[in-house]
Write a protein that binds this ligand. Structure first.
Ligand code: PEP
Ligand code: MG
Length: 572
């Protein structure tokens, strides 16, 4: 049957489900090419506004680059010099005038930038000298940066409530805008299920599909789409039968949610009375409200870099303090765990472009913080000042060596001394923990356990680093498997080290909320699961169905498996 309005036949596109839920709405296709028509012209009366649009984009990109340079110490010359080259390029009067001349001839900003910079790029590419040829990359980077800045400004106003965004990829910043605009679903061509964007989509409860190749060509702007974030398909031009079935499934989904809410006040413990805390992962301000509604046992992870993403800059100590204190008060008397800024990798690629060849293996997490002690110390002070009610815990990302913990402890002591001096109230014994998310931290967990108050296993990065599979790349999705026995052995090692040292061990990566993982993680010796508030009640339900002794036996068996497939067979 055909769609009654468009007379087009329904069509299914299969992808990877990265955020559950169903939604039906009109597609808005964000396609770079639709914005850039090479010889697109505008009428003469629009030229001044077009020049202004160009000038604003230039100012914004200059601001971003300058901010980056100021964030990186001069000593880090390899990174700053790349950005300084981009800055020189974008401040080049000749280049700017040439583009303005094209706009004055009536070409759109996007067309003028593309025409001029593509010609320049070809010129450099034809050079014999490889150093000159490399300039073509700088030109291409500048073009991408300018077009994406213009695209950000252009697209947001077009996106209405209840639309389904179809894009090649989506950045965390774009996602925050989509959430504010009331977007009902997202389809992307690339991405990974534990990429930061996917994690945020889940916590915003926006049904999302990734890995649909050429989705931006296959889906027509304005067409009707049903997205199924449970099974991983999208239906274009649904007919009346498909719409009926969608409405039925939505009603079942609502009913299921209502039934789950009865679990809110019940204890989170196994059948044989073993307490397992269900904590919340907070990726934005909105999450803390949801966490309060589902009655979490506390907050296991605040991704504090989300504040940077929403403000697009490193916030002042005062802004941070207000934000942390507000959250600590909402969580009180339950604990709240602030993780130090995990800048780098896919977390914060906009605003501060580091231009590293391998950002996941680069100046990320604790490495960035110890490199910029001024930023780190202002965050430590702000977090300490929010700890007056003694429910705040502090946690370090991307740890690989004990020296990183020792150096941080020294900084914490310096901050405490400064706060005592100024008469600020704080928790002298604020617990300090580490993320165990590198094979190094897991393998040395016994050593770390002597020096920290708790562990939190970041299974997303632990999987990425143990299996050498980029978490943001759908092409290696099959390799990226947190149920791989190698990852599970690292989790077991960490849990045992924590148990022996008498410290708590939490899992805050995405495996903690996986349907198949609850019993296994309990059996491996995990005390706390920190997950998106949207899946709390489902997880509590599974904990209440688990028998602690049986879970231990299951985990023993799983650790002897040869492959992820064998693990899944045992768990199913
Ligand atoms: C993880 O790596 O599992 C984790 C929880 O941290 P993030 O996803 O923010 O890197
Ligand atoms: Mg991580």
């Amino acid at each position: 049957m055909k769609n009654a309005k468009t007379n087009a036949a329904p069509k299914i596109l299969n992808g990877i489900p990265s955020s559950p839920g169903m939604f039906m709405g009109k597609a808005i296709v964000l396609k770079a090419e639709t914005v850039i028509v090479p010889d697109e012209k505008i009428s003469a009366d629009k030229i001044p506004a077009e020049i202004e649009r160009f000038n604003n984009a230039i100012d914004e990109v200059i601001r971003e680059y300058e901010q980056t340079v100021s964030l990186l110490e001069k000593s880090h010359s390899s990174v700053t010099s790349i950005i300084e080259t981009s800055l020189q390029l974008i401040k080049d009067d000749f280049l700017l005038q040439e583009i303005r001349k094209l706009i004055a001839l009536g070409f759109t900003v996007e067309s003028s930038i593309t025409q001029y910079l593509d010609t320049q790029k070809q010129f450099f590419l034809s050079a014999k000298d490889s150093i000159i040829r490399d300039r073509a990359i700088d030109i291409e980077n500048l073009k991408d940066r300018l077009l994406s800045t213009l695209r950000h400004k252009n697209i947001y106003y077009k996106i209405g409530k209840g639309t389904i965004v179809v894009a090649k990829s989506v950045t965390p910043t774009e996602l925050v805008h989509f959430k504010e605009a009331g977007v009902g679903g997202i389809i992307t061509e690339v991405g990974g299920i534990t990429a930061h964007f996917s994690i945020m989509a889940r916590s915003f409860e926006i049904p999302t599909l990734i890995g649909i190749s050429n989705a931006t060509s296959k889906v027509k702007n304005g067409s009707e789409v049903i997205i199924n974030g449970y099974s991983g398909w999208a239906m274009l031009n649904p007919d009346s039968k498909a719409i009926g079935s969608y409405q039925l499934k939505k009603a079942i989904e609502e009913e299921h949610r209502a039934r789950l809410s009865e679990l809110r006040t019940l204890k989170s413990e196994t059948q044989d009375g073993h307490k397992i805390l269900v904590l919340s992962n907070i990726n934005s301000d909105q999450d803390i409200e949801t966490a309060a509604k589902v009655k979490a046992d506390g907050v296991g992870l605040v991704r504090t870099e989300s504040l940077i993403i929403s403000l697009n800059k490193i916030p002042s100590e005062k802004v941070q303090f207000d934000w942390y204190l507000q959250m600590a008060n909402i969580a009180y008397p339950d604990p709240i765990t602030f993780r130090a800024f995990d800048i780098g990798s896919d977390k914060f690629s906009e605003g501060i472009p580091f231009h590293e060849a391998n950002p996941a293996l680069g100046l990320r997490g604790i490495r960035f913080l110890l490199h910029r002690k001024d930023i780190f110390k202002s965050q430590i002070r702000a977090i300490l000042r929010s700890s007056g009610n003694k429910n705040v815990r502090f946690m370090l990302p991307m740890i690989i060596s004990l020296s990183e913990v020792f150096e941080t402890k020294k900084l914490i002591e310096e901050c405490k001394a400064e706060l005592r001096e100024s008469g600020s109230v704080f928790d002298e014994n604020m617990p300090l923990g580490i993320m165990v998310e590198t094979p190094s931290a897991a393998l040395m967990s016994e050593n770390f356990a002597k020096h920290v108050d708790f562990f939190s296993i970041g299974s997303n990065d632990l999987t990425q680093y143990a299996l050498a599979a980029d978490r943001t790349n759908d092409l290696v999705l099959e390799n990226f498997d947190s149920f791989h026995p190698a990852v599970l052995k690292l989790i077991k090692l960490t849990a045992t080290a924590a148990q022996n040292a008498g410290i708590k061990v939490c899992v805050c990566g995405e495996i903690a909320g996986h349907i198949a993982a609850t019993e296994l993680l309990i059996g491996l010796g995990i005390n706390e699961l920190s997950i998106s508030p949207s899946i709390h009640l489902e997880t509590k339900k599974r904990i209440r169905q688990t028998n602690y002794a049986a879970a231990g036996k299951l985990a023993e068996q799983v650790l002897h498996c040869d492959s992820p497939a064998e693990v899944m067979e045992l768990l199913s």
